[in-house]
Each structure stands twice: as structure tokens, then as C-alpha cells.
Unconditional design. Structure first.
Length: 210
């Protein structure tokens, strides 16, 4: 059975695509799945995270890393799905024709949305691109601030968008930045923390869609 492809996409930079990709990868690893991560963003944040992870932990047979351009992503993904249970693609912050191949190949499309109206406004173009590929994307609320008026307003507005929205949101927590800087996921750095519990819950929701 071929591996399941998850593409993480959002037009606006700073929405937390790499945070979502890296933390889901480590969550899937911990429950026994083999994972491949693919960085198509020229900034290379996911690749830098992976190299830091190599320095910290050494080689891991369960986790592979690759890069690909827009025109080469289809071939790369078809190759990786032969050996990995789950392939996660981190994409550049844009919504144009270069993103479409990564959306076209995806089995699941995740769109991180930070707790800001600007992020929410940027989301529709990615959803529209996914729809043109006959794919339905799912929103992941990220960097949420529980109890604030802004968080409530953005959450209410997101609920009005014609897209799936996962019940689990990721909070605005320092632990996520700390873990990324060490090449880890929060479930590795802070196993019993609220952030780790959020990631486990989100990973379970995503797995349930397979």
C-alpha cells in the first residue's frame, strides 16, 4: 500500500507550516509510522530543522528528508510513498501554479491559520487552488490565544469558511519554537506539556482521515 501524502500549505508566511509539519512528523514516528518529509520552500526551514535533528539524535531509519522543486515534486512523492507510510510536504508561502503539483498529489491538505484576520483572509486562495485540483483542504488553527476576543473572532470566522476544520488547535506556546530550534517535536522535548497533548490530538485527528 502506497504511503499517505500530507501537503501543508498557506499563502501567508509565518502561519506555522513548518511547525505543523515537523510536529506531526515526530508524532507519527512515535506511534510507529515511517515518515518522509519534503521541503519545497526555498527558505528551507524544515530542512534546517532536520539537519539540527541529525546533529542532536543521529540517523533515524524511520525518518527520511528530501527537497524538491515544483516541477519535480510529483516524481519525488511517488518515489517516497513506496517506502514511507506517511509523506509530509512543507510548501512555500504562496498560492500560485507552483503550489498546484503538491496539492494535486496530496491525499490530505492542511492549511494552518494563525489567530489573525490577515491569515484567515489569505486562506481562501489556497482553498480555491485545492478545489481546482478536486481536493478538499482542512484548516488547522495555530498560535491560538485561548480566552481572547481576537481568538474567538477568528475562530468564528473560520467556521464560516467552506472547509473542514480540525477540532484540535495549537496554542501560542514557546515550547514549539524551543523544540524546532533543537530539531525536535514538542512531544520529544516536553512529553507531558499542553503543547505535546495538542500535537498528539491533532495527529490522531489527521490519522483518522486516512
Amino acid at each position: 500500500m502506497a504511503g499517505h501524502i500530507i501537503t501543508v500549505a498557506q499563502q501567508k508566511g509565518g502561519s506555522g507550516k513548518t511547525t505543523v509539519a515537523a510536529n506531526l512528523a515526530t508524532a507519527f514516528l512515535q506511534v510507529g509510522h515511517s515518515v518522509a518529509i519534503v521541503d519545497t520552500d526555498p527558505q528551507g526551514s524544515l530542512g534546517k530543522w532536520f539537519m539540527k535533528r541529525l546533529d542532536q539524535l543521529g540517523e533515524d531509519d524511520g525518518l527520511r528528508f528530501s527537497t524538491a522543486s515544483a516541477w519535480g515534486i510529483s516524481y519525488e512523492l511517488r518515489s517516497l510513498t513506496k517506502t514511507a507510510d506517511i509523506v509530509i510536504v512543507d510548501t512555500p508561502p504562496k498560492a500560485d501554479s507552483d503550489l498546484r503539483p503538491a496539492l494535486r498529489e496530496a491525499d490530505t491538505i492542511l492549511v494552518p491559520v494563525s489567530a489573525s484576520h490577515v491569515d484567515l483572509w489569505a486562506t481562501q486562495e489556497v482553498l480555491d487552488l485545492a478545489a481546482r485540483e478536486y481536493k478538499r483542504a482542512a484548516i488547522v488553527m495555530n498560535r491560538t490565544r485561548s480566552g481572547t476576543r481576537l481568538n474567538a473572532e477568528v475562530a468564528d470566522a473560520a467556521a464560516q469558511i467552506d472547509a473542514t476544520q480540525f477540532a484540535t488547535s495549537l496554542g501560542n506556546r514557546v515550547a514549539y519554537a524551543e523544540a524546532l530550534g533543537k530539531g525536535l517535536g514538542v512531544i520529544e522535548l516536553r512529553r507531558g506539556s499542553p503543547a505535546a497533548n495538542e500535537v498528539r490530538a491533532l495527529a490522531n485527528e489527521v490519522l483518522a482521515t486516512f
